[in-house]
Design a protein around this ligand. Structure first.
Ligand code: ZN
Length: 391
């Protein structure tokens, strides 16, 4: 029946069209493909068989739940096969670098956490990240050639146009650097660098506490305090990428100087360094779980009181954000977020006191479900999404 070149080139075009639809729809039956593309049943059947043979598409073993089942026989769902290779996720904190190697569908194969003064020693931090990535890949018998995409998060506002760190008064050792180029040349492949709180927010919306919410404020309360905004389901970075820099909101005129050069910023009062010092003085010294270091803060009345007081100060700033943006969910991440219930209660108290009642009534406050891994998992998720999109 197939005699000339025309049918085979038509079959190739059908194959390309079907692959695009399967990637876009993320789970369709053969009947869906006929409807969505206008191709005949036999054309769809032939091209789908080609895609299955080439392992670009796999059949989901689950019943399609009657979707397109037609004559009583369950139809298999067709999904795009995860691309071969791995992805890299990198999380720079102010004093640490975490690196993870994961499959292209986001399963972590190996990861490493290193302490380094990221703020003051940009070159050293970049070297540590690249060294860890190469070491992890080599442990897995892989090289950078096996890596499909790389995403890294930095704890600073990034200029959306130049991709450099925006504020010269924060992380000064990075001021003259282009992080994507520096990291890319050390790793030997292209890197996408984004703000770390944006990655934490993405991970909590996709896998964690904010799943299903469309108007979310994710607060990364660590050694610095930054927020990431998701408005109407989309990340919002502002005109130049600075939106969410709540750590430098003035809350007092009496505390010490901030690293930004001002006095009385939120960070100088409730950064994790300040709060942990107070907690240590009150007797909290054990770290039961490195991903949730303050998870025992509800067990002792003095410690609970310190965490609640910190929550009230943070909540005072978040109350204004509730009035301004009317979010439905606030997720508290970073080291402070791992303190759990007493922190949520403190934040809640201030929101109830200072936000407009209607805005306070609709907002839920939760701590990050992924703990300190939120930013790293967000980097992995973003890198794997890009790998899938690239095919
Ligand atoms: Zn400041």
């Amino acid at each position: 029946m197939t005699t000339a070149k025309t049918p085979s080139s038509r079959r190739h075009r059908s194959r390309e069209l079907l692959l695009e639809v399967i990637r876009r729809e993320g789970g369709v039956t053969r009947a869906d493909l006929c409807r969505l593309t206008g191709l005949s049943r036999s054309a769809v059947a032939d091209s789908v068989q080609d895609l299955l043979n080439e392992r670009l598409v796999v059949e989901d073993v689950l019943d399609a739940g009657g979707k397109g089942a037609g004559r009583g026989r369950p139809s298999a769902l067709l999904v795009a096969a995860p691309p071969r290779g791995v992805v890299l996720g990198i999380d720079f904190g102010h004093t640490h670098v975490s690196v993870a190697v994961a499959t292209t569908d986001g399963r972590v194969l190996a990861d490493q956490h290193s302490e380094v003064n990221v703020d003051a020693q940009a070159a050293a931090a970049l070297d540590v990240a690249a060294g860890a990535a190469h070491r992890l890949l080599s442990q897995l018998d892989m090289t950078i050639l096996d890596v499909r995409s790389i995403t890294a998060g930095l704890p600073a506002p990034l200029d959306v146009r130049t991709k450099r760190i925006k504020s010269a008064s924060i992380m000064t050792s990075w001021a003259h650097l282009e992080p994507e180029r520096e990291l890319g040349s050390r790793l030997g492949g292209p890197v996408v660098v984004v703000n770390d709180a944006d990655l934490g927010a993405g991970a909590e919306v996709r896998f964690g506490a904010a799943k299903g919410f469309r108007d979310v404020v994710y607060v990364k309360a660590g050694e610095g305090i930054g927020a990431s905004l998701i408005l109407n389901g989309a990340p919002y970075q502002g005109s130049h990428g600075i939106a969410g820099e709540i750590g430098h909101t003035n809350v007092t005129s009496q505390e010490g100087w901030c690293r930004c050069g001002n006095r009385g910023c939120l960070e100088t009062v409730v950064s994790s360094i300040v709060v942990e010092e107070r907690l240590k003085a009150a007797g909290l010294d054990s770290v039961p779980n490195p991903d949730f270091p303050l998870s025992r803060s509800g067990e002792d009345p003095a410690i609970t009181r310190i965490v609640m007081a910190s929550g009230r100060i943070l909540g005072r700033v978040l109350a204004d954000i509730c009035n301004c943006l009317n979010p439905s969910m606030i997720v508290l991440g970073g080291v402070l977020g791992t303190a759990g219930k007493p922190l949520v209660e403190g934040v809640r108290e201030s929101i109830n006191l200072y936000a407009q009642p209607a805005a306070a009534a609709v907002v839920e406050v939760r701590t990050a479900q992924l703990g300190l891994r939120a930013e790293l998992m967000g980097a992995v998720a973003q890198a794997s999404q890009r790998a899938l999109y690239q095919g």
